[in-house]
Structures are given as structure tokens and as C-alpha cells.
Write a protein that binds this ligand. Sequence first.
Ligand SMILES: [Zn+2]
Length: 458
Amino acid sequence: MPGLTPPPDTNGGVTYWCEMAWLPPGEVVECVSVRVEGARIAAVQPEVPPPPGAVRLAGLTLPGLANAHSHAFHRALRGHTQAERGTFWTWRSQMYGVAARLDPDDYLALARATFAEMSLAGVTCVGEFHYLHHGPGGVPYDDPNEMGHALIQAARDAGLRIALLDTCYLTGAIGHPLAGTQLRFGDGDAVRWAARVEALGRSQRAARDVVIGAAIHSVRAVPPEQMCVVAEFANRHAVPLHAHVSEQRAENHDCVQTYSATPVQLLHEHGALGPRSTAVHATHLSDVDIALLGGSTTHVCMCPTTERDLADGIGPARTLLDGGSPITLGSDSHAVIDLFEEARAVELDERLATRERGHFSAAGLLDAATSAGHASLGFPDAGLLVPGAWADLVSVRLDSVRTAGATKGTAAEAVVFAASAGDVHSVVSGGRRVVEEGRHVLGDVGALLRDATAELRR
Ligand SMILES: [Zn+2]
């Protein structure tokens, strides 16, 4: 599928010239030329006039954003779960209703549209926490990785790299077998899970834009003796290992009752923490939990728009970062898809919780949205505008009604604290221009989303 990138110049590359760009170590610089060759940045030159033939990028150009935690099919629920009261658990039963209806073709269409929405929002890499593996009743498809292949195809079509975090999901709750829709999530045990994921990994070995990673759904869904197998798999292949952790107090309660350990302690005891690991949510933590996560430099993925939508609570982001855990961001259930909203919510939620301002700077929140997020997904060579990095350039308008008035000195703050996803006007992802003047290469993404979600309610 062709991108909108202009034809290469005579040297086989494309040069972009940014009015302003966000450059290491975290500053806004004017008049920046970025030379792209293939999928990589070849050169970055600050404070130069536009080179002849360069493509001009207005506003502030950022490195690509990483959406470190996604369940693509949850997008179908948007707007349909807000009319009634309820809890995380009542929301989950509605989510299972969508999961029950998806087949690989539906999922390809829905994920492609959802990933295109992400691309329009400046996301160049998604961490897809994938657990809808099998057909109804848990019967494997002819290719047991058919759903995973659909997600990889969807990401490629939409112009994103993907870390497919293939998720081990074995029990419905602690001590309870899978039931109903959950049967589609299960592989029986972690050894069989690993064999399936090995095959998926082999099929993608040559792909530079795909990482096949691992995930432990949660302490609810993976018994401790099976966690070791998943952790060992991730270690052996040196791939990311993600897990939902302490999103709900009930999960902590059940875990402590059964194992006399918190979810973080359980993951620690079974080898699942470390620099390639990510604890997703990490909302309800003890001081010991925070020390274990930080001491192992485990990433923590905050998903504030989902956590507030599901009434989860506010995680201790600043304390976690100070303790050694890099913070990343995810739109998770896709109540909205807007990484700027996720970023500022980390700071603004801390303000509400502490009644003090100034826990995170705009620069720190941009790190979470870019380099830290990419690193947590197994793409350490992305999320920075430097030579050799993946050529991801996300340009944000500074003349919209939300951002007008920004200056060089306040552009980063204006984007993080006031821009919306709709202010992203251009996206280059892995050297391919997938968004130009706010339009995606796939065309009318709203119509794609409408059609894909209507299909699930037919
Ligand atoms: Zn999640």
C-alpha cells in the first residue's frame, strides 16, 4: 500500500524541514532538517534554512508516540458502556459480549480501523496485549495464530509497528477454570501457550516492524507455576513481558488471600520483573511493591483515561518513577485514543490526589509517550529524533484553537497540556508518510470505524 511520501530525491532519501522539533536531551529547537533514508533517520541538523526540495512540517515535530498498552477490539465498546452505572466487572461482561462475536475477518477490519485512529493521533508503535486467540469454545483456528496474524496485518495496513504481546490466559479467576467467552483466550497451559507463540515468532523472524512479545494476563488468569514458564520464554527470547497488575483492589485481595503475596510480589518471586518487563496499571500498590518494581527497573504503563473510565483509581506514578520504574502510556480500552490526554492525566491526576502541582514536566511526559514507551515494546531504537533511529516524525499544529499562542519556549507544554489528537497533522512512521494534512492513507477512518463496529452489533 503506497504512502503519501514524496518521491525520493536523487540520493534516495527524503528531507523534512520542521519549524520546531523536539530534540534530545529534551528541548524545542527551531528550523530542524531531518533526513530520512529508508525507514531510518540519516541526519538531523538544527537551525538551518529549508534545504531545496525539503518537505515542510509546520508546528512542533515530535518523535513517534508509543501506545504501550492496547486491546484493539475494545474500541467497539466506545460510547456503549457509558449509559449505566456499574463497575469494572460489569464493564468486563459487556467487553466479553464483543469478544464473543469476533472472527478473524471482523478483527482485521476493527483492528485496522482502530490502529488507523491511533496513527492519526501520532502513534507509530502499538503494544497490543492480545488474548483473543481461538474460535468459539476455545477451538483453535486452522492456523492457531490466525488472530495474531490479523493484528499484525492490521498494524501494517495502518502504518504502525507492532509489539504483539501474546498473552497467556489460563484461568477465569484464581482457582477457577475458564468459562464462556474466556474459553477463547486459553491454551490449556503455559507450555502449549509457548509452543503457539514460538510458531508465531518464527513466522515473523524476518520482520523488522514486528516484535513478538509475551504477556501474563494477570494473577487472576495465570497461576504462579505457569508464570515461570512465560517468564522463562520471555527471557530466552529477550522479548518484552507485560502483565496487568493491581488494577483492582479485589484482585489484590484474592491474591493475598490465596498466595499470601501481592500480585507484584508474586510476579517477582516467579521471575517476571525486570528491565524488559512492564507492569500495566500498577494502581493499588504497597511500598514493598513499589520497591520491587523500581529495584528491577520494571516499566509501569499508566492508562489514565481507562483507569478513570473504569473507576480503578490513581496509581503512584511519581513515586514509581523516583523508585526506578520508567513510566509509559497506553490507551488500553480506547475510551479515547489521545496520547496527549494520557500524558497530561498522569500529572493532573497526581495533582488531584496530592493537591499539589508540578510532579511531571512536559519533557518527562513526552519521554513517557515516546522513548520510554518504545523501549518497553522492544524498540529501543525509536522515540528519539537522532540519526539511526526509526524515522518517525509526528507534527502537531501550533495554530489550532487549542494550541495557538504557543512559542518556542512553551511549545512542549502547549502540546502536552492543551493539544488533542486532532492537532496531529502529519505522521511519518518508519519512513512512510501515513498522515498528511490530517488525512490517513487508508482514507475515511471514521467510516472504517463505523463499519467495523456496526458489523459487531449486527
Ligand atoms: Zn489492559
